[in-house]
Write a protein that binds this ligand. Structure first.
Ligand code: KG4
Ligand code: ZN
Length: 349
């Protein structure tokens, strides 16, 4: 008989309330995401208390919609999964409580999944399995880290950001350039009209062959450039300026130059991770993997390194529950189930 393992997963770690049903770890039957972007836009970032309240309101309708769209009845659901780490604690708790309630009510096993590992699994959705070992980059608003993956569940941290996440840098630069929130897509769009060589921003690579990241210096460099100051002091012969003084073309040039610096840093760190792990597969996931310049640069980079590049479809780059359900299938097959005392963990281990 053909295998039919259907997992319903809930994702609520940050500002998206999501639910999905995925069959056998890769076939997405439904993928519902309720975004809170509008609620947070006026604050220029995610406000944790607003996020958890919005999750409470959205979680039941989102689950109902995901079940409906999957055309799956409850008796056909094999297990319930939930992203229970890392994330905003109030947000995680809403998804966790909803998942526990469903597991108890429907008498199904429950599976806890790490949200960041789920991003590393996302290229498998509606696609072929990944060939392991792989070097994986997860770059999002909350995390930027490199991993060695020996399987979907077998993940070893190689390096992570020591300050801002890459997506956070995009969001902050978009705010400096007054391009709106969330910053990633806005910078990406503006950069398409700009000259990436207009400004040479720093590429912070840290010592030796470090696989850690640092983006705060780059963000500050953009700020000083825009103000026409250096380290807080006005450069000689340069008038201090405010962003309102810049033309759309100048802003596009800064956006493109900043984006080129981020893409360079990520490209170089991926090369280091490939060299260290001897992996022949590169995985890139997380919100920043939607970036158009990153996607095209990494295609060339992967070919040069004789690696296969696996990136998620655009709809699976940002936060979603399909990646959680997909990865949970492997925990289910391995018998790694949780209990109703499953806890949430806010920070990355
Ligand atoms: O994975 P994600 O949805 O949420 C977290 O787990 O944090 O990532 C969101 C981040 C935001 O910082 C957003 O600005 C960034 O991903 N992002 C992008 C693009 N689309 C989203 N960054 C660069 N270019 C994009 N096209
Ligand atoms: Zn995420």
């Amino acid at each position: 008989m053909n295998e039919d393992v259907r997992i319903l997963a809930i994702e609520s770690s940050c500002d998206e309330t999501a639910c999905a049903v995925v069959r056998n770890g890769h076939e997405v039957l439904s993928n519902v995401v309720a975004t809170q972007l509008e609620l947070h836009a006026r604050y220029g970032g995610v406000v944790p208390e607003i996020a958890s309240r919005a999750h409470v309101e959205a979680v039941n309708p989102v689950i109902a919609e995901a079940l409906k769209q999957s055309q799956t009845t409850v008796d056909k659901i094999t297990a319930i999964a939930v992203a229970n780490e890392p994330g905003l604690i109030g947000s995680l708790l809403v998804g966790l409580m909803a998942a526990k309630t469903l597991a108890w009510m429907w008498q199904k096993p429950i599976i806890g999944v790490n949200h960041v590992y789920a991003h590393a699994y996302s290229p498998t959705l509606d696609a072929e399995p990944v060939q392991y070992p792989a070097a994986a980059l997860v770059a999002s608003g909350g995390h930027t880290a490199l991993y060695r993956c020996d399987g979907p569940m077998n993940i070893t941290l190689l390096g992570k950001t020591i300050d801002d996440a890459a997506g956070e840098a995009f969001d902050k630069v978009a705010s400096i350039l007054k391009l709106g929130f969330p910053g990633g897509p806005a910078v990406d769009k503006s950069a398409r009209e700009g000259n990436a060589s207009a400004v040479r921003f720093p590429r912070t690579l840290l010592r030796g062959q470090s696989l850690d990241f640092s983006f705060s210096g780059l963000k500050t460099a953009v700020l000083y450039h825009v103000r026409g100051t250096s380290g807080g002091r006005t450069q000689q012969d340069v008038q201090p300026r405010s962003i309102e003084d810049y033309s759309t073309t100048e802003i596009a040039d800064i956006a493109a130059s900043f984006q080129a610096a981020v893409v360079d840093i990520l490209k170089i760190k991926i090369r280091r991770a490939v060299n260290l792990t001897s992996a022949r597969t590169i995985i890139v996931g997380g919100g920043v993997s939607a970036n158009s310049a990153l996607r095209s640069t990494l295609q060339t980079q992967a070919a040069k390194l004789s690696c296969t590049l696996r990136m998620p479809e655009l709809k699976y780059c940002g936060d979603n529950a399909a990646m959680v359900a997909g990865l949970a299938y492997h925990y289910f097959k391995a018998g790694q189930l949780a209990n109703l005392d499953l806890d949430s963990r806010p920070t990355i281990m």
